[in-house]
Design a protein around this ligand. Structure first.
Ligand SMILES: [Zn+2]
Length: 116
């Protein structure tokens, strides 16, 4: 499998996620986890879809950060697999992940049969 195209997409997504996480949260240097940035979180955002451009009263719940962090970890894991040559195999069955699934989601950990 040509992993180069996936690597490029993953690197791009990693950079975007780092940017987004850096804006919304503060990385704990000891645990490596991201915590909500207090100045950005004076109240809980009730509708996470409503990601408006109101900077002042615009707040993010920590669940948004968790979601980004989850995705970020998937991306990191996929990049690591590319490095060690195990990229593109289902974590459940060990079979090759369908290429169209990887094209839709380069950080996919499982094949279509084992999507959760
Ligand atoms: Zn599978």
């Amino acid at each position: 499998m040509n992993t180069n195209q996936f690597k490029i997409k993953l690197e791009e997504e990693k950079a975007l996620l780092e940017q987004e996480l850096g804006r919304l949260g503060i990385k704990d240097p000891e645990t490596g986890n991201w915590n909500p940035n207090p100045s950005e979180n004076t109240e809980i955002e009730s509708d996470p879809i409503d990601m408006g451009d109101r900077d002042e009263d615009f707040t993010i719940s920590s669940s948004k950060i968790e979601e980004l962090e989850f995705r970020y970890n998937d991306v990191l894991s996929a990049l690591q697999k590319i490095e060690n040559g195990s990229y593109g195999f289902c974590e459940v069955s060990g079979e090759e992940i369908e290429e169209d699934r990887l094209l839709a989601n380069p950080a996919a950990r499982t094949c279509k049969a084992h999507m959760n």
